[in-house]
Design a binder for this molecule. Structure first.
Ligand code: PEP
Ligand code: MG
Length: 578
């Protein structure tokens, strides 16, 4: 049994058999097993080794011919390792002495090699551990052939162990059979994590080397509550985790009884709880959990889930679908927020050097006006089908906002000319997710009907922490006093004239409910599974108490104080909160 600690990003416990994927979503085969014929097994290994060396040498020569010396140098290192006599002897000895399969022998010896490298004091050499895993993969795929993961069509229950999952891959997971996942990379507000929460799949990310530690077929516990993964657990551990999950499900059932009750404080203040969605079909689950509408529809998933750019009709179809399910409840359609982690940089013709600071979101839309207008037309056409509101993401300057609104006006005029009906008074809002927008909230409030605070990006840009990077995940904290002061000012300044909501993950974290209430937030939008818990806290406190909590929090000067205090205060009113 081995215990690995990462970042729990989606609660719940999953216990199942592992499928291991490498960085290209290729299934890493089962590494264990006994060889039936030792000589044949050694020959299989020798053949895979020869093939790998021939192919890598050809690639190396090609890079040299094009003056790409750095890459050629890396391949030289790979070839050198594959020709290392002591390594080859150790692998063959594993096969002969332990009757191991070639896959198992390669895997075991390479893991020992990797351990030696990772312990080296020289940072450059320690980094080479990634090359060792790469070499292992080269040999394993030659031994077994490449098998890509078909995310949507599994036949038995599994937990996925992957280097990383794209948000689109996470969204396409077969919910019936994928019981949980764990990844080497990622942070709490990476979109893969958000999708896992929305789907209710237990997940742990940021484990660094879980793909190297787990072998296909291992039994795995994914404990999303505590951010722990247990490899081949003992019976006691299995039993304990089964009990924890049963208890969690009991609490969930208890909370479900709150669905029909209003999110009202003990002293009568009504709060609006909405849900965030990526796909129209999620509306049903959101309503089941008690959402009053959709406060954030991440329309970029229409692009991510498809191999082509969606047409106006495809946009329209999705919005109409969501509205039909909502039956006149509000739907905040956020225009496409592609780029950064919601994009495959490796497939881009011109990869971003700094994706989160690059051509993403509204910037991308303003650079591709025909694409943007297709979406705006679809939104406006759908605006007569229900309570549609439109929201622009990642606005950093007033000019950007005005350009976006101008294009919206152009689209309205076009529809007018074509005799197509639309709602001229559609509420237009913007996300506040960049410090510049938060600092200029007063000015922005004059030009929109509502704000929605996107704390995932606001934290990232205020604290200079990549939200997807496990190495700096400890620094990503919505409770940082600098973030709180921006949030407080946006709520205060915005609420004087327009409505202000929050749709970042902070809105769904029970730890921050009292504080946000006390700061005057009246609309919260979150992943549907978080609604019952947040509602429970709202219904267990008074506005007066929440304001006192907020006043106290705003006197603290470190996030640690903020979190400790909020944890204590929340547990006083709801001991089961976290
Ligand atoms: C945010 O940044 O807080 C947000 C809600 O948008 P997204 O997570 O889609 O970037
Ligand atoms: Mg955002």
């Amino acid at each position: 049994m081995e215990i690995k600690k990462g970042i729990g990003v989606s609660p719940g416990v999953a216990i199942s058999t592992a499928v291991v994927l490498d960085a290209d979503s290729v299934i890493i085969p089962r590494r264990k097993g006994i060889a039936a014929n030792v000589d044949a097994e050694v020959e299989r290994f020798n053949l895979a080794l020869r093939q790998a060396i021939i192919e890598l040498t050809a690639q190396r020569d090609e890079f040299m011919a094009h003056d790409r010396k750095e890459i050629a140098g890396i391949l030289d290192f790979h070839i050198g390792v594959l020709k290392d006599k002591s390594l080859i002897d150790q692998i063959i000895a594993q096969i002969r002495d332990h009757l191991a399969t070639a896959e198992y022998a390669v895997s075991t010896v390479m893991k020992q090699y990797a351990n030696v490298f990772s312990r080296m004091a020289d940072r450059y050499l320690a980094e080479r551990v990634k090359d060792i895993f790469d070499i292992e993969r080269q040999l394993l795929t030659r031994l077994t052939g490449q098998q890509r993961m078909d995310f949507a069509n599994l036949t038995s229950d599994v937990v996925l162990i992957a280097h990383d999952l794209l948000p689109s891959q996470a969204a396409a997971l077969d919910r019936k059979h994928v019981k949980g996942f764990a990844t080497d990379a990622g942070g709490r507000t990476s979109h893969t994590a958000i999708v896992a929460r929305a789907m209710g799949i237990p997940a742990v990310v940021g484990l660094t080397d879980i793909t190297a530690e787990v072998s296909a077929g291992d039994t795995i516990i994914i404990d999303g509550n505590h951010g722990v993964v247990i490899i081949n657990p003992d019976e006691a551990s299995l039993e304990e985790h089964r009990k924890v999950e049963i208890h969690r499900l009991e609490i969930e059932t208890e909370r479900a009884a709150l669905q029909e009750l209003p999110a009202q404080t003990l002293d009568g203040h009504l709060i609006s709880l909405m849900a965030n969605i990526e796909f129209p079909m999620e509306v049903d689950e959101a309503l089941r959990r008690g959402a009053e509408g959709i406060g954030l529809y991440r329309t970029e998933f229409l692009y991510l889930a498809s191999d082509h750019e969606p047409s106006e009709e495809e946009h329209y179809g999705s919005y109409a679908d969501a509205l039909l399910r909502l039956k006149n409840r509000p739907l905040v359609i956020r225009t496409v927020d592609l780029g950064a982690d919601k994009y495959t940089q490796s497939k881009a013709t011109n990869p971003e050097r700094n994706p989160f600071l690059g051509d993403r979101s509204i910037r991308m839309c303003l650079h591709d006006i025909p694409m943007f207008k297709r979406q705006l037309r679809a939104i406006m056409r759908a605006s007569v089908l229900g309570d549609v509101r439109i929201m622009f993401p990642m606005i950093t300057t007033l000019i950007e906002l005005r350009q976006a609104k101008m294009l919206l006006n152009d689209v309205m005029e076009e529809l007018e000319d074509e005799g197509v009906s639309y709602n001229r008074d559609i509420p237009v809002g913007m996300m506040i997710e960049v410090p510049s927008a938060a600092l200029m909230a007063e000015k922005f409030a004059r030009e929109v009907n509502f704000f929605s605070i996107g704390t995932n990006d606001l934290v990232q840009y205020t604290l200079a922490v990549d939200r997807t990077n496990e190495r700096v995940a400890g620094l990503f904290c919505p409770g940082h006093p600098a973030v709180l002061s921006l949030v407080r000012d946006v709520i205060r300044k915005g609420s004087r004239t327009i409505s202000v909501s929050m749709c970042g993950e902070m809105a769904g974290e029970p730890l921050y409910t009292l504080l946000l209430l006390g700061l005057g937030l009246t609309t919260f939008s979150m992943n549907a599974p978080d609604i019952p818990e947040v509602k429970k806290i709202i219904r267990s406190t008074t506005m007066e108490h929440a304001r006192a909590v907020a006043r106290r929090v705003m006197t603290f000067d470190s996030e640690r104080q903020v979190m400790h205090y909020l944890r204590d205060e929340t547990r006083k009113i709801d001991p089961e909160a976290f």
